[in-house]
Write a protein that binds this ligand. Sequence first.
Ligand code: TXA
Ligand code: MG
Length: 347
Amino acid sequence: QTEIIKTNNDDQAVEKAAKLLKKGELVAIPTETVYGLAADALNPEAVQKIFKAKGRPQDNPLIVHIGAQKDLEKLISEIVSKRAQKLIDNYWPGPLTLIFKKSSLVPAETSAGLDTVAVRMPSHPLTLALLQKSGLVLAAPSANTSGYPSPTTAEHVYADLKNKIPLILDGGNCEVGVESTVIDLSQKEAVVLRPGGISREELAEFLGEELRLNNSLDNDQAGVISPGMKYRHYAPQKNLYIFETAKKDLLFKRAEEKKIALIISRQTELGQQEEKLKIIRAYDRENPAELARKLFALLRELDNDPEVEEIYIEELAQEGLGETLMNRIYKAAAAKDEAQPGGGDNS
Ligand code: TXA
Ligand code: MG
């Protein structure tokens, strides 16, 4: 039985969650990005349960969530660089994850055997209260079944993990809607390992330096730095395709055979038989943050809609959050038989 407690900041709920976590149990927690499936990051048996509940490949390390900057010291075995501190001061709590050399306190289960650890301070008040009051540091991947779109509501978590975990803290809809940006500062040149809720452009400007996106992570090669990036991901069960407006005639033709849902911007003009499709005008072109908030929920909703057989989503310009969104969309749209070797799906 999975209990759901809906609250925004209630001591009893926080206490209950802390108690379970200290016993080595799992609790789903709201964050500003997506819901997380949390365990005590320093308890290897508890962390194992995360992999089991999600069906997550063992080689994919977890992010450790902290409630105070002083918690960082014990997790890492390096001095926080000026550059890292600048990012922390500006973006924590918030959707930015930093990679550090790990201390021996962090079990191999949490870091999937790497000698580094990913850390972030989430900003959702309920989870921040849980971290601060319990004193725990929490390992938490997104609280979905591995491979499926990340959860942005407590209902999404329940749909995937009911009866696998004792408690879901329902803190409402996630504000950002896509995962944190993961950035590696361990080399001379800073690298984004996963584009996320803070755009690479914004971070580059803030740091005043070039900020590369390490695309080699998308290939299943030796030397993968962020193992989570190598699998098909975020995907609905139905086939998802990327739609280019230039090819709209093809789409309308396809709609004669298949029940199609199409996610586009409010500015996109189709100019013909729109009633043949289920059209979702989800965002304004100049505001991809709106799509970020809705993307995973839309994919889940359309996946469950018996009136939809195939899902199409309009290609976005790869600027700002558009880069993050296209990263998720490409992964979700990868044809099932094109899934990368190495276990297929993942978190
Ligand atoms: O917004 C988020 O980051 C959410 C919420 C719950 O905080 N969490 C999340 O976790 O997205 P997860 O496990 O779904 O994704 C973690 C990503 C993966 O791509 C993983 O490979 C990468 O971070 N990662 C974790 N530890 C790493 C490390 N030591 N070095 C490189 N990449 C790491
Ligand atoms: Mg995930």
